[in-house]
Design a protein around this ligand. Structure first.
Ligand SMILES: [Zn+2]
Length: 287
């Protein structure tokens, strides 16, 4: 948390609010939040730069400035909130970085657990080598269905949950949306990827696109800490069919279970999502 839809919602919201604005000198309350360069250089170099465009890859938010690229990864509990010129001062308990603009507005980065990081890199080459070295194409905006199929074959020994969470294959999927997509496709999270039929692979790809789109349209999923750029909650948590619903009924009537797959808490329906054995491609799922 937050996953691709939450970061995309923040990007879409911030874009009209901050594009064209010029940074003043930042206040680094927790300097270790700055991953690159040193916190002193970060502050010096950021001041005076103007935001030209906002991009994203997976869960990384990219601010294209007139010289450099500012990168933000929110990790577990990071929040990026826009503060307008006329907004009343607010108490932010976990405020780590203040990024004021010369017009009096600001971006506030707060983070309870302090895992989030900011970078300031010189160009797209440095972006790729320093920040996104192990981050695959964005599953929502970059990865095509054919590439998805190929990757699933190449990495077929992995189980589906581990594969979808592996940001080096393709980026953006996290725990919540992965569980939801596998449930909608009636695929067991521990299912080895290589035994999916062509049709199942296509359906999984389409489902991922649709679920991410719906997540974005709902303003993201709010569990615990996520807020969008104006501090509001998302709505997708009300549409989840398995995630966070252990012991509740699936639409098929069975009780949703929770287990651990790929080191992550994983929700699934033991009736809809049956694990198949290797070499047993055509076994139809019991419903
Ligand atoms: Zn079910």
């Amino acid at each position: 948390m937050p996953e691709l839809p939450e970061v995309e919602v923040i990007r879409l919201e911030l874009n009209p609010l901050i594009r064209g604005k010029t940074f003043a000198y930042p206040l680094l309350h927790i300097p270790t939040t700055i991953q690159h360069p040193s916190s002193d250089l970060f502050a010096l170099n950021l001041e005076g730069q103007t935001i030209q465009a906002l991009g994203r890859r997976g869960k990384y938010l990219l601010f294209y400035l007139n010289r450099d690229i500012l990168v933000v990864h929110l990790r577990m509990t990071g929040n990026l909130i826009f503060i307008g010129q006329d907004d009343l001062p607010r108490v932010e308990r976990f405020l780590r970085i203040e990024l004021p603009f010369i017009d009096g507005s600001a971006l506030h980065y707060s983070d309870m657990r302090r895992f989030g990081r900011l970078w300031l890199v010189k160009d797209s080459k440095e972006l790729e080598t320093l920040v996104l070295k192990n981050v695959g194409p964005d599953i929502y905006t970059e990865l095509k269905a054919e590439q998805f199929k190929t990757l699933l074959k190449q990495k077929g020994k992995k189980n589906l949950k581990a594969l979808l969470l592996d940001q080096s294959c393709f980026s953006g999927m996290g725990n919540i949306y992965t569980d939801e997509c596998l449930h909608l496709c009636h695929l067991h999270p521990e299912q080895q990827a290589s035994i999916l039929t062509e049709h199942e692979t296509e359906k999984l790809y389409q489902t991922i696109q649709e679920v991410l789109k719906m997540g974005i349209e709902c303003g993201g999923t709010s569990f615990r800490d996520y807020r969008n750029a104006s501090g509001a909650l998302g709505d997708f948590q009300n549409k989840l069919s398995v995630y966070g619903r252990k012991g509740e009924r699936c639409s098929c009537g069975a009780l949703i279970e929770k287990t651990v797959v790929a080191g992550r808490g994983t929700y699934y329906c033991p009736c809809c999502q049956i694990k198949r054995c290797n070499g047993n491609n055509n076994e139809s799922l019991k419903r």
